[in-house]
Structure formats: C-alpha cells, structure tokens
Design a protein around this ligand. Structure first.
Ligand code: NAG
Ligand code: NAG
Ligand code: NAG
Ligand code: NAG
Ligand code: NAG
Ligand code: NAG
Ligand code: NAG
Ligand code: NAG
Ligand code: NAG
Ligand code: NAG
Ligand code: NAG
Length: 416
C-alpha cells in the first residue's frame, strides 16, 4: 500500500470522526515505507499513531526531526543503506520503536527522548553513536543488542520493566542508577571485561548477569524470580543484603570463581543449582550462612572440599550433591536427610570418600553406603534446562529477545 493514499485516507477518516488528534498528528494503519520521498511526509507529523514499517535499500538518511511523539509502533528494519537515523525532536514513545538489522547504521540521534514504552535497538553492528541529551527518565522496556556502542547512553530512570543489554562487545562498563526492575534485568555477553555496578538496585524480578568481570550489588535485597550468574570471570561474587530469591539461584560456568557470599539469603523459592565453577572448592559456612529453606531442589556438582549450609532446615525437593574432592564428606547432609529435613523423592550425596543415594522417602540407607556410588543419580545439573552451553545460552537469549519483540513479528523472525 502506498503511504500517500493511506495517509490521505487516515486524515479523511480522522476528520470525519472529528477529533483534535488529527490536527496535531497523523494516524496510519499498517504502512510500509521504502521510498525516501515518503520520509518527508512522515516528518510532517508531530505525533505518529498507527503501525509503520520502514525498510529497504533506498533510504540512506532517515531524518525525522519534526516528529515529537510516537503513539503507535514504528519498525525500522532490514536495510544496508541507512547510515543515520535522526529523531532529535522526539520526546516520547508510547508504543514501540524498533530499529533492527540495519548493517550500515552508525548513528542515532535521540537528543530529546525522555519517555519510552518500548525501545529495541537490535543487530546494528556499525552503531557507534547514540545521542540522548536529556536522558531517558521513564522506560518500560529497553533492549540494546549487538551494537558497536562503547558507552551506554545516559539513563536517569530508576525503575524499568525490562532492560536487556546483550552482545554489545564494546561496552565494558555498566553503571546504572536502577532501584527496581519489575520484570527482567539481563546483562549478558557484552565486553568480556565488563564491570557492572548496580549499587542502588533493591529488587529485580529476574536478574541475569553473564560474561562480566565484576559485579557490585550492594543494596540488592530481593530477586522475586530467578538469579542467574553464568560464564563470568570474577573470582568472587557477593550480594550480602539479598534475603530472598523467589525462584531459582543458578551459578554456573564461572571459571575463576572461588568465593560466593550470599550471607543473608534465607529462602530460595525454587532450585539452588551450582555447576561447572571449576575453581570453587570452598562453599563454606559464610557463603550461604543464613540459607534455611530451599523450596525446590538442590543440585550442585563440583570439586568441593567444603559445602556447608549451616542454617539449612528444609529442602522440599530432590537433593543431588556430587563432589569430586577426596576431602568432602556427606555426613551433615546425610543427617539432614535422615531427619527428613531433605524431603524430595531422590537423595544423592556423593564424593570419592562417601556416597549415599536413595529414591523415595520411606526407607533410608545408612550414610556412607557404597552400594550406589552416586553415579546412579540420573539428573546431572549440567544437562538441565537452564543453559548447558554458552552457544545454547546465546541462542536462548535470541529467543528471549524474540519474545520481547512480539510487535515486530514475522519479519524479524525471517531475518534470523
Ligand atoms: C499512551 O498509551 C496509553 C494506553 O496505550 C494511553 O492511555 C495514554 O493516554 C497514552 N499516552 C499518550 C501521551 O498518548
Ligand atoms: C570496538 O572494539 C574493537 C576491538 O576492541 C575496536 O577495534 C573498535 O574500534 C571498537 N569500536 C568502537 C565503535 O569503539
Ligand atoms: C542503599 O539504599 C539505602 C536506602 O534504602 C540508601 O540510603 C543507600 O544510599 C543505598 N546504597 C547505595 C550504595 O546506593
Ligand atoms: C519483589 O520483592 C520485593 C521485596 O520483597 C517487593 O517489595 C516487590 O514488590 C516484589 N516485586 C514483585 C514484582 O513482586
Ligand atoms: C520474571 O520473574 C517472574 C516472577 O517474579 C516470572 O513470573 C517471570 O516469568 C519472569 N520473566 C522472565 C522473562 O523470566
Ligand atoms: C542482613 O540481615 C540482617 C537482619 O535481617 C541485617 O541486620 C543486616 O544488615 C543485613 N545485611 C548484611 C550485609 O548482613
Ligand atoms: C574447608 O574448611 C576448612 C575448615 O574451615 C578450612 O580449613 C579449609 O581451608 C577449607 N577448604 C578450602 C578449600 O578452602
Ligand atoms: C562450619 O561451622 C561449624 C560449626 O561452627 C564448624 O564445625 C565447621 O568446621 C565449619 N565449617 C567450615 C567449612 O568452616
Ligand atoms: C528420581 O529417581 C527416579 C528413579 O529412582 C527417576 O526415575 C527420576 O528421574 C529421578 N528424578 C530426578 C529428578 O532425578
Ligand atoms: C559444564 O561442563 C561440561 C563438561 O565440561 C560441559 O559439557 C557443559 O557444556 C558445561 N556446561 C556449561 C553450562 O558450561
Ligand atoms: C531484506 O532486504 C533484502 C534486500 O532489500 C531482501 O532481499 C530481503 O528479502 C529482506 N529480508 C527481509 C526479511 O525482509
């Protein structure tokens, strides 16, 4: 459909139904723009409503300085010719603004942008400049993925629904004033040396941090969903104000990690899962000093010399702890199991020196029984669903991104 006819039609309908909106803006039904000449028509709209796609290899500079507000959805995608996008008069996006798969795009101007419902900047491998002068003060969902940006644009909001910053290989520092994240905060696979500071963060629904060299979470008290820390290069991780995690705690494939300090964590609503942390030998009394309840399962594998949970009073699900360290013994957990504090159907605690493994809670075997060596345990944490390989984790990220971008629909799916 041609932009002009739709535009005229929209204006005609708008006039017929009489409202002030038409005088101040423009309404579009689904419209696809490929011709540079149509950009000027669009730029005549201070407020854009409706659903607009801009694509193709004819446009080089997408200049829309007169647009002040986007009420609908604009998707700018699949172009190897667009080098610059300017929305320097744009103050608010009430729908979704997506800019994705523009291989030559090197700068975006959002000088005046302050309020965003959903902003997706995805697969922009040449994007080195993003200008946001005022600072975004309110945002529901922001995704920044696979760009060449080296600094995060200035943000001033302290609460957000989704913030997903992944695969921006030049971003090596993320320091945000966030206090609450109502859905998901995901910081993954940016620069390998990325340093994260989120000292104002009090709670997040879900928090995933992957491939960073340090993270500071001084004020974090709750993760309502899951806390996931994987593929990081830090030697220590601490969140000593954290009291509850609503779903899972997953700490895996952190090759240099030697110390975990979640000393105030009392309850895990789902699973505690630790695996592939090669150097993690001491999960001592202070690591999970206050952990009392695990409502799901405990799954841990590693070369643990110590693995102690001094406050543990209940594991409601299965228990699977496998240490490859000669000095580890299962006595404490066997005692908890005998006392029915570990309640799941399957119980396995295994090390080279002691093993006990059992299914069912009615009959109990003595601890240290060598009859089943722990290898009988059928569930390996590393083969679980969380993310068994880095590449798999990355493709999971892609599918998560796709969920976030429902409005972008099939076109992006085809691109992938
Ligand atoms: C933004 O959208 C919501 C609902 O979609 C609407 O209630 C609100 O008035 C809109 N705000 C603006 C500034 O148009
Ligand atoms: C991103 O990092 C690479 C490698 O370190 C460097 O060559 C490139 O210039 C950087 N790009 C930008 C936009 O800073
Ligand atoms: C942590 O939160 C408290 C208030 O809850 C605040 O006073 C303090 O400055 C915060 N700490 C950091 C490091 O932001
Ligand atoms: C998350 O937990 C915090 C602290 O318990 C609570 O204040 C907040 O309302 C919870 N958020 C959600 C979305 O449930
Ligand atoms: C985030 O956590 C909530 C629970 O607080 C959960 O219901 C939701 O599915 C999670 N979202 C994602 C994207 O994992
Ligand atoms: C841990 O929790 C206790 C009481 O719930 C509190 O007094 C303390 O400040 C918290 N923080 C740390 C870092 O222990
Ligand atoms: C295990 O704990 C003991 C007793 O606290 C300590 O002496 C030992 O160094 C710990 N092992 C490791 C690997 O830190
Ligand atoms: C944990 O504390 C108990 C009791 O205080 C002590 O016997 C044990 O050696 C400690 N374990 C480690 C690994 O520090
Ligand atoms: C528990 O053990 C049973 C058989 O003993 C097995 O079929 C089942 O898969 C196990 N469940 C888990 C979660 O390991
Ligand atoms: C954990 O280690 C095993 C064995 O090296 C490997 O096959 C698996 O992919 C690893 N999982 C993760 C999530 O790194
Ligand atoms: C992307 O653009 C190219 C060239 O204009 C075209 O051939 C291709 O079909 C487009 N892909 C999608 C998914 O729109």
């Amino acid at each position: 459909m041609q932009l002009k006819s739709l535009f005229t039609l929209a204006l005609a309908i708008g006039t017929a139904t009489v409202n002030a909106k038409v005088q101040s803006g423009c309404s579009f039904s689904t419209t696809t723009i490929t011709d540079p000449a149509d950009i000027a028509t669009l730029n005549a709209c201070p407020t854009i409503d409706g659903s607009i796609e801009i694509t193709g290899d004819e446009i080089t500079a997408l200049l829309l300085p007169s647009v002040q507000e986007i009420d609908g959805n604009i998707n700018i995608f699949n172009s190897s010719s667009i080098v610059t996008v300017s929305f320097n008069g744009l103050t608010s996006v009430n729908g979704t603004l997506a800019i994705q798969a523009l291989t030559a795009l090197n700068s975006i101007d959002f000088t005046s942008l302050q309020v965003v419902n959903e902003l997706d900047l995805v697969s922009l491998p040449s994007l080195a400049g993003l200008t946001i002068v005022e600072g975004i003060q309110k945002a529901n969902s922001i995704q920044l993925s696979d760009t060449a940006l080296s600094v995060l644009p200035f943000t001033t909001f302290n609460t957000v629904g989704v913030l997903n910053i992944n695969n921006n290989k030049n971003i090596s520092s993320i320091n945000l004033p966030l206090e609450t994240v109502t859905d998901t905060l995901l910081l993954s696979f940016n620069n390998d040396h990325a340093e994260i500071v989120l000292d104002d963060l009090i709670w997040a629904s879900n928090l995933t941090i992957q491939d960073v060299s340090s993270v500071s979470l001084k004020n974090l008290t709750a993760v309502n969903g899951s806390l996931i820390l994987g593929y990081n290069t830090f030697t220590q991780v601490a969140a000593d104000n954290l009291e509850t995690v609503g779903v899972n705690v997953e700490i895996f494939a952190n090759d240099d990690l030697t110390k975990i300090s979640l000393s105030n964590l009392t309850t895990i609503g789902g699973e505690l899962r630790l695996f592939n942390n090669t150097l993690l030998e001491n999960v001592g009394n202070s690591s999970f000093e206050s952990l009392s309840k695990i409502k799901g399962t405990l799954n841990a594998e590693g070369n643990f010399e110590n693995f102690t949970l001094p406050a543990l009073s209940q594991v409601a699900g299965d228990f699977n702890l496998i240490s490859t360290n000669d000095d580890f013994d299962c006595d404490d957990f066997d005692a908890l199991h005998s006392a029915s504090k570990i309640q799941g159907h399957n119980y396995t605690c295994a090390s080279p020196s002691s093993s006990s493994s059992e299914s069912g809670s009615s009959s109990k075997t003595a601890s240290g029984s060598e009859s089943s060596s722990g290898s009988s345990s059928s569930s390996s944490p590393s083969s679980s669903s969380s993310s068994s390989k880095k590449s798999e984790a990355q493709s999971n990220l892609v599918s998560v991104s796709m969920v976030f971008m429902t409005l972008i629909g099939t076109v992006f799916t085809m691109l992938l």
